[in-house]
Design a protein around this ligand. Sequence first.
Ligand SMILES: Cc1cc2nc3c(=O)[nH]c(=O)nc-3n(C[C@H](O)[C@H](O)[C@H](O)COP(=O)(O)OP(=O)(O)OC[C@H]3O[C@@H](n4cnc5c(N)ncnc54)[C@H](O)[C@@H]3O)c2cc1C
Length: 479
Amino acid sequence: MAILLAKLNYRVTVIEGNSQPGGLMRGYCREGLECPVGVHYMGSLGEGEPLRRMFDYLGVGSKIPVERMGRDGEIDRYLFNEKFSFSLPEGIDAFEESLRQAFPGEQRQISEVMAGLRDVAARMYRLDFLYAEDGPLFALQYADALEEWLQKRGCSPRLRGVLGVVTTLMGVTPEECPVFYHHMALVSLLFSAWRPACGSDRMVDAFVDRLQELGGELLTGDPVKKIRIREKAITGVVLKSGREVEAPLVVAAVHPRILLSLLSEEDVKPAYRERIMQLQDTAGVFAVNLAVDAVRHPPWPHNIYRLKTDATGWAREGAFYQLCRGNGDVNLLTLITGSSIGEWRRWEATKSGLRGNDYEEAKERKADAMIEEVFSTCGPFHGLKKLDVYTPLTLRDWRNCPEGSAYGVRRSTQQLLQLVTLQRPAAGGLYLAGQNAWAPGVIGTVLGSFQVLKQIVGVGRFQEELMRGSGIIPVSDQR
Ligand SMILES: Cc1cc2nc3c(=O)[nH]c(=O)nc-3n(C[C@H](O)[C@H](O)[C@H](O)COP(=O)(O)OP(=O)(O)OC[C@H]3O[C@@H](n4cnc5c(N)ncnc54)[C@H](O)[C@@H]3O)c2cc1C
C-alpha cells in the first residue's frame, strides 16, 4: 500500500509498532534456521501471472528469492483419514485430469466445477475487478457457500472434501466460504505455487528497500496510539512515545477492532462501530518448527495436508506439513494446525515470554502430539529437534491482533454484507487495508491494496496511471 502511494508521489511514512517491519510476512530465526510465520507458499508468481504482475509493478518482483513448488507433479498432497489421498498438481488442465481420474463417476460434476474455475481464472488473469468502479471482489453467481454450491451440483462427499481443502487457507469452512474466494485461492495456486527460498525476511527487505528507494519513510518500535480527526477529517496520528505525525491521509493496515481502539468514541458513527464489533474472526493457529537431518530428509517440493474428514466429507481437523531447505546440516519441518484462543484462555492475560511453566508444558504436550502424528503419517524423522512452538496468543501479541486470529475477519457468506463496511472509508481520509480490507493471504492483501488505492485517488486517475502501460493488465486485455 505504501509503495503504491509513494509511486504516485505521495509522501509516505509507514509506522510499525514492532521493532522490525513485516508483520506476518516476517519470520524468526532459531539456531540459525529461518522459520516462516505467515508466508509458507503463494500462488501466481510465475512470469506474467497476476501476483507477479502486481509485484513487478511495485518493483519487488525480481527481488524476492522464491522456489517453485510442484516440480514432482504435486503442489499439495491431501491425505484423508489415511485411506484416500489426492495430489494437487500445477495447472488447471492437470487439475481437471487428476479430478477425472480420482472421481470417474463424477464427470458431469467435474465439468461444471471446472467451468466455474476457468471463468474465475480468466477474470483473475485479466485482473478484471481492478477495472470495476467499486471493484466487487465476487460476482453474484459465486456468492453462495462452496458446500451448498457443490451439493447443488451433486458432488460426492469425497469430491467436496478434495475441493474444500483450500478454504483452510482463508480460515473458513466450505459451509461458509463464498465460492468466489475459494475459486480465487485455488486458481491462484493452480497458476503456479512458490515458497520463499531463503526465508520470508528477504521478502520484507525487498518491500522496505523499494519503499525507501521511492522516498518513503519507515518508523519502527513506536505504535500508533491514536488517530486524530478534526471536523470529520484526518489530521494525523499520535504514537505511543507521544510523537505526533501530521497527515491528511491514514491507511490503517490493522485489524478493524484495533482501528476502532485508535479512534475516539465521537469520531465514528455508532452504526459503523457496532457493525465492526459484531464481525466474527477466523481462528488462530498452533505451529511447531523442527530441525531434521538434511541428508536423511531432503526438502519436499510439495506440502502435505493430513485431514480427518467427517460424514459430510469436510475435514474438520487436520494439519499442514512443510519440509524446507535449512542451513546445510538440517532442514526445517513445520507443522501447523488450527487452534482457537479458547484453548489458551487461561493465559489470556499474560504476555509472550512471561506466561509461566504450565503454559510451556501445555505447548509441549500439544507439540508432542503433533510430532507423533507426523511420524505416523510420514515415518520417523532423524535428528529431530524442536526449535519453537507458537500459539494464537503469540500471534495476538506479535502483531497486535485481537484473539490471535490468523486470517482476520471471517470471509463467510453470513458476513458478506457487513464486510462491505470495511471497504468504505471510516472517516474523511481514513482507510482500512491489509488482509481485513478485501481478502487474506499475500495475494488477497496485495489485491486489496490496489482497491484501496483506487478509492484514494479515484477511478479516473487509478485507471490512467495504473492500467495503461504499467504492465499490470496485459496489453491485449486493455479496454
Ligand atoms: C500461521 C500463518 C500462516 C500463513 N500462511 C500463509 C501462506 O502460506 N500464504 C499466504 O499467502 N498467506 C498466509 N497467511 C496469511 C497472511 O500471512 C496474511 O493474510 C497477511 O500476511 C496479512 O497481512 P497484514 O498486513 O494484513 O497483517 P499483519 O501481517 O498482521 O500486519 C499487521 C501489522 O500491523 C502492526 N500493528 C498493529 N497495530 C499497530 C499499531 N497500533 N501501530 C503500528 N503498527 C501496528 C503489527 O505489528 C503488524 O506488523 C498465513 C497466516 C498465518 C497466521
